[in-house]
Design a protein around this ligand. Structure first.
Ligand code: UDP
Length: 240
C-alpha cells in the first residue's frame, strides 16, 4: 500500500448519470473510460476498491411508477440498469489491465457473479476491483443504500461519493444560490436535520449507525480521486 494512501479499503459510489457525459442519457464510453482511469490510479496505490454505480442514466423506478408502471417492477428495471453500467465499467477497467468482478445482488450467473460475502472479500484481498451491481436486490431502495450496505459488509473505511460539477456538500444548492457555503465537515444528524440532498434517509441511517464516514468529492478533475485518497483537494466529510 502506497504510504500516501489514507485508506486501505474504500467504497466508490457514483450515480449512473456520471457515465452519460453530455449526452443527457445512457452510456458515453469515453466518460466511462475517464472514470475508470481515476479508479485505476487509486488501485495502483494498492487501495482495495469496491464500487457501486447507480442506474439513473438508464432507468429510475420512481419515474417509471409515476408513469403508471407497477412500482416494484419499475424498481427491478432500475436494478437491471445498474448491471449494464457495472458491465460498462468492468469493460473499461479490464481494457486498462485492472482485474475486476461484477457481483450482482440478483442472480444472473452468465453475466455476473452472485453476491457471496466471503468470496467478495477474497477478491478485494487479491486487489480485484469489485463492482456491486443490482443495488441491494430489493425494490424501494436506492444504490446509495446499496453502497452503504456493501461498504459495511466489506469493512470499507469510508464511502467516497464522486460528484460531477460539485466539490462537496453545501448548505443550499450551489448551482442555484451563488452564496451557498460548502461544509468541510458535517454530521449525519445535521445532514438529516437540514434535509441536505446527500444520500437518502435509509442510507444515511445505515452509515451513521455503523460509524462509516462519507466523503463527497468532485469526480471531474483528473487525478481527483487519487488526490482525495492522499488527503488533497476539496471535499466534504460527513461523519458522526
Ligand atoms: N433500485 C432498487 N433497489 C436498490 C437499488 C436501486 O430498486 O437496492 C432501483 C430504483 O428503482 C432506482 C434505480 O434502481 O431508481 C436506479 O438506482 P438509483 O436511482 O440509486 O441510481 P442513481 O441515482 O445513483 O443513478
Amino acid at each position: 500500500l502506497d504510504p500516501a494512501a489514507a485508506y486501505k479499503r474504500v467504497m466508490l459510489k457514483i450515480s449512473g448519470e456520471a457515465l452519460m457525459g453530455d449526452q443527457g442519457f445512457g452510456l458515453h464510453p469515453p466518460t466511462v473510460q475517464r472514470i475508470a482511469r481515476e479508479v485505476k490510479s487509486v488501485r495502483d496505490m494498492g487501495v482495495e476498491i469496491c464500487m457501486v454505480i447507480g442506474g439513473g442514466n438508464i432507468f429510475r423506478g420512481l419515474s417509471g411508477s409515476a408513469q403508471g408502471m407497477e412500482r416494484t417492477t419499475a424498481d427491478y428495471m432500475g436494478m437491471l440498469a445498474t448491471v449494464m453500467n457495472a458491465l460498462a465499467m468492468q469493460s473499461a477497467l479490464e481494457g486498462m489491465g485492472v482485474f475486476t468482478r461484477v457481483i450482482s445482488a440478483i442472480r444472473m450467473d452468465e453475466v455476473a457473479e452472485p453476491y457471496i460475502r466471503r468470496r467478495a472479500v477474497r477478491h478485494l484481498e487479491k486487489k480485484r476491483v469489485c463492482i456491486f451491481a443490482a443495488g441491494t436486490g430489493n425494490p424501494y431502495f436506492t444504490t446509495d443504500t446499496a453502497a452503504t450496505l456493501r461498504a459495511n459488509e466489506m469493512a470499507c473505511e469510508a464511502i467516497f461519493m464522486g460528484k460531477n460539477g460539485v466539490d462537496g456538500v453545501y448548505d443550499k444548492d450551489p448551482k442555484v444560490h451563488p452564496d451557498a457555503v460548502r461544509y468541510d465537515e458535517i454530521s449525519y444528524d445535521d445532514v438529516f436535520a437540514k434535509r441536505l440532498k446527500v444520500m437518502d434517509a435509509s442510507a444515511i441511517a445505515l452509515a451513521r449507525d455503523n460509524n462509516l464516514p462519507l466523503i463527497v468529492f468532485p469526480l471531474d478533475e483528473p487525478g481527483g480521486f487519487r488526490g482525495i485518497l492522499s488527503g488533497k483537494g476539496t471535499y466534504t466529510k460527513v461523519q458522526g
